[in-house]
Design a protein around this ligand. Structure first.
Ligand code: ZN
Length: 441
């Protein structure tokens, strides 16, 4: 069987760049012609952009810009670039603050989304004919729901779209009955389902049929300790993927090497890396950390140019044994979620990674209590960690050990308080929220 879903994925990167050069020119003509939002923003500068290297001269587009556009010109904003009659699907982006953003797609857009999504699930190890239990939230227009179902069908899989809302018991009973070989869900859902299997079914998750798991929707799948705990729980291969609602669902994926996520958006999205503080471009070279900036190259309904989604990533490689030519990244999370503790940048997912190291004494569930305004504090970070009822350690021992590892690995000072098993709310159908704010910001 082919090593990739699409032959574009193994073409020399210079060919992909050349493709993107020509698509960019066509797309910029399109947005200036069809999108009132970009007519105003880029109309005067359009003629000066003759190559990808000139893109940096154009302004960024932000989530706030899109919200304002949606409010000023309902229902789909000034950035809509097709007639409303050509829109065939509207998804919702779950903004962490304020109103959700609505994202429109035409028939052509869905085809582009599906090509990216099928590459992603194929890289994650899914193959035509595989039966896949779909455990992402199906409701609220979340792209991990219906859009991932469409991707899996485009790849040729049989999808079982029970969704996270079905609940643990129903999902586990369906897996036991239908025996799907694959599962896709958030890492916290995968961990939760796996832990519940003995109670619900009287057997371990590793005794079930699932051997391939694709995780996304929240950071964690690419973190070694979190991956290993899911793999041993299920006796399955676990791979990470990532994307975002503004451009479909998913367009980064880990391959067999499981050492970072390949870009899977050839011909659809051009991606830049910038310094999130200076906003200057950064080279796409191994070891460089920055924020991703996306420009749609083949988008009809709601095209975006230089869009800042807020993902902070590190380039983890530019060549791969799998044959894919695209570079790979590891994600740290969204810039919005980052905390600054006494001047040190801390991503909640990195704290979770440390806590997961302490399983089975810890259950892996935690909350970071944010009792300060904004993102920055001069106090030690307050973290509640759940202790497993089967642990033989004392609460004090566990707290001190976690505080020490947070200090050693992340150079973060913390105060860990231990709570009994079951005290921290399980994410269920929702994304896991590691931060709990006790102030209004
Ligand atoms: Zn690879």
């Amino acid at each position: 069987m082919s090593p990739t879903f699409d032959s574009l994925e193994t073409q020399p990167w210079s060919d992909i760049t050349a493709l993107h050069e020509s698509l960019l020119q066509r797309q910029l003509d399109y947005v200036v012609d069809r999108s009132e939002f970009y007519q105003r923003r880029l109309g005067k500068q359009r003629s000066q952009i003759t190559s990808l290297a000139d893109l940096g001269a154009l302004p960024f587009t932000t989530k706030e810009d899109l919200r304002e556009s949606l409010i000023a010109h309902p229902p789909l904003g000034f950035h809509l670039a097709v007639d409303e009659a050509e829109v065939v699907q509207i998804q919702s982006s779950s903004g962490t603050t304020g109103m959700p953003t609505y994202v429109a797609a035409s028939t052509e857009d869905l085809a582009v989304w599906n090509s990216m999504g099928a590459r992603v699930f194929y890289a994650n190890g899914f193959r035509p004919g595989d039966w896949v239990m779909h455990g992402y939230a199906m409701g609220k227009g979340f792209v991990g729901g219906l859009v991932n179902v469409q991707h899996l069908q485009h790849l040729g899989c049989c999808v079982i779209p029970l969704g996270a809302e079905a609940g643990t018991e129903r999902l586990l009973r369906a897996i036991d009955h239908l025996k799907p070989v694959a599962l896709c869900a958030t890492p916290s859902m995968v961990a939760y389902l796996g832990a519940a299997a003995p109670d619900v079914l009287g057997k371990q998750a590793s005794e079930l049929s699932v051997r391939k798991i694709s995780v996304g929707g929240e950071p964690g799948g690419g973190v070694p300790a979190i991956r290993e705990s899911m793999e041993s729980l299920w006796g399955a291969d676990v791979r990470d993927m990532m994307g975002g609602a503004d451009f479909g669902s998913t367009y980064w994926a880990e391959c067999d090497e499981k050492d970072g996520m390949h870009l899977c958006s050839q011909g659809a999205l051009h991606v830049e890396l910038i310094d999130p503080d200076s906003l200057e471009p950064l080279p796409l070279e191994e070891g460089v950390t920055g924020e991703l900036v996306y420009t749609a190259l083949a988008r009809r309904a709601t095209p975006l140019v230089r869009y800042r989604m807020g993902d902070i990533v590190t380039v983890s490689g530019t060549g791969c044994a799998c044959g894919r030519s695209a570079y790979k990244i590891k994600t740290h999370g969204r810039a919005d979620d980052m905390l600054i503790v006494r001047g040190v940048n801390v991503f909640p997912a990195a704290v979770k990674d440390i806590v997961v190291h302490f399983t089975p004494d810890a259950t892996g569930y935690l909350k970071i209590d944010v009792d300060f305004e904004g993102h920055s504090t001069s106090q030690p970070l307050k973290i509640r960690v759940e202790m497993a009822s089967s642990s033989t350690r004392t609460a004090d021992e566990l707290a001190v050990a976690i505080e020490r590892m947070l200090s050693d690995r992340l150079t973060v000072r913390s105060v860990v308080s231990i709570v009994p098993e079951g005290r921290i709310e399980r994410p269920g159908a929702a994304k896991e929220k590691l931060l709990e704010r006790t102030t209004n910001t």
